[in-house]
Design a protein around this ligand. Structure first.
Ligand SMILES: [Cu+2]
Length: 295
């Protein structure tokens, strides 16, 4: 009985520690809010948190005032890829809309245990060094930066620039006013430049169309299979000889015929061909022996 209870207690302990571990995992996001200002809107801390292009008060040309103060929270993590097949890294959203001359504060939460960025391109370089506004850190972590958007209607590219992260899903766009040309390959939003294709290759489908026709016209196989003892023994022998002569043609045919088939499928096919040939040979021998016996 005591053993029974200790087993239950152990199971309970495992369950409780599992739940508290999961809670700990979700609460481990470290906020980077003690950054050193390196000037020019570039801030960093010793843990690798980084803001580039911070601008809280310089109005871009064409903006007589801040049109509005907006805040967005962007979450990054592998778990945000589940709705987008083929992606590996993700943002929780891929498009944001703001008015021209908006002062935008972005809180970027990286929920993965790797480095991610929220990097926005296409800003005027006289105001934003490298034409970028950029938040970056190794997660799980949180960082907040502020910038002021120019007066023009424009769509800005947003991505994570770490190798392959954009190609594998971390791509979005920020639309100011009416925006401009949208960017391709944004998960769930725009078409891919090069669409993934998991269907049969073009050359394979052409072969599938061509193969039955070449099969019926290739003498190497057609004659052996269709000239049966039922027509006459002579015809069958002629067919057999012709068939052997046409073996190189037949080999070429079979190379095409078996292309893309598994070993099992090729084996089954050869077994069937062999079996029907053996049947025909036995039939021929029976007929010949029957003839001899009669004489
Ligand atoms: Cu990334």
């Amino acid at each position: 009985m005591a053993k029974h209870y200790s087993g239950l207690m152990m199971a309970g302990l495992i369950l409780v520690s599992g739940v508290s571990y999961a809670a700990e995992q979700s609460e481990q996001i470290v906020e980077h809010n003690m950054l050193m200002n390196h000037g020019g809107g570039h801030l960093m801390d010793m843990e690798g948190g980084m803001i580039m292009g911070q601008n809280k008060d310089t109005l871009p040309p064409g903006c007589s005032r801040i049109s509005e103060d907006a805040t967005i929270t962007v979450r990054a993590g592998h778990k945000y890829t589940k709705d987008y097949p083929g992606t590996m890294f993700g943002f929780d959203r891929h498009e944001w809309r703001v008015k021209p001359c908006t002062r935008l504060t972005v809180t970027f939460i990286n929920e993965d245990h790797i480095r991610h960025q929220w990097m926005m391109h296409g800003l005027p370089k006289f105001l934003y060094d490298k034409g970028m506004f950029h938040l970056e850190m190794t997660g799980p972590a949180k960082i907040t930066g502020t910038m002021i958007l120019p007066a023009e209607d424009k769509t800005y590219l947003v991505h994570c620039d770490i190798a392959q992260h954009m190609e594998k899903g971390m791509k979005g766009q920020l639309i100011v006013g009416k925006g401009s040309t949208p960017f391709p390959s944004i998960p769930g939003l725009t078409d891919f430049v090069i669409p993934d294709d998991y269907g049969p290759k073009v050359e394979d489908s052409v072969k599938q169309v061509v193969t039955p026709a070449s099969g019926s016209t290739t003498p190497g196989t057609g004659s052996v299979a269709t000239s049966s003892p039922s027509s006459s023994n002579g015809n069958f022998l002629l067919g057999l000889i012709f068939g052997i002569g046409a073996t190189p043609l037949a080999l070429g045919y079979y190379r095409r015929r078996f292309h893309g088939m598994s070993g099992q499928e090729v084996g089954d096919h050869l077994l069937n061909v062999g079996k029907s040939s053996l049947d025909k040979l036995l039939g021929l021998l029976t007929t010949l022996l029957g003839g001899v016996n009669k004489n």
